[in-house]
Design a protein around this ligand. Sequence first.
Ligand code: CA
Length: 232
Amino acid sequence: MSKSILIVEDEIAIADNIAYALRTEGFIPHHVSLGQQALDALRSGIGHLPQLIVLDVGLPDINGFEVCRLLRQFSDIPVIFLTARSDEIDRVVGLEIGADDYISKPFSPRELVARIRVILRRTSGSLARSAPPTTQTSRFELRQLEARIFFCSHALDLTRYEYLLLKALLTHPGHVLSRAQLMDQVWTDAPDTLERTVDAHVKSLRAKLRLIDPEDDAIQTHRGMGYSLTGA
Ligand code: CA
């Protein structure tokens, strides 16, 4: 599999540094300087889309946030923002419009490459991000940075315990987890939790999954043993 990475950055020296670090790690970097060039290339680039985009926020034509917002209308390719400001606003705004991570300038190109690897590990093996749902291998997508879980490309509206419970099942696909194991992993701050609390949350989770897919039976009950997740 080619591991091509698109760098969108108007400062040539920074782009060159990133490209060099990527090449030495076996990636194939491509570079454009303008947001519009990136959008044009991604819209027309059927068949050779990059696996990930490194996107500068401070571009001369369209700012990186806007590029990402426009990109998300037609693609789920992972995005890492390069930002000149490390303030919280950048981080929150970036993640809200669908970026996967961000890194503040000045940064070490090696750290950037390490983060790229983390994101690619997380996204490969799950549903190819732009593929139609009919070729599904996984109907779930866990976005830990956003503390959100997507089911069949829909963001689930979960309470904190529902999120933690589904995350616990998702990170052990196909494994039967007992109620006691789930209580240990999910209700860490509530030691007096009862087994029926787990059952109640499984019930509400199932109801939320069935709002999206009425036939869904992703959470399986194993009588006397616990629960497992299929389709993860
Ligand atoms: Ca810039």
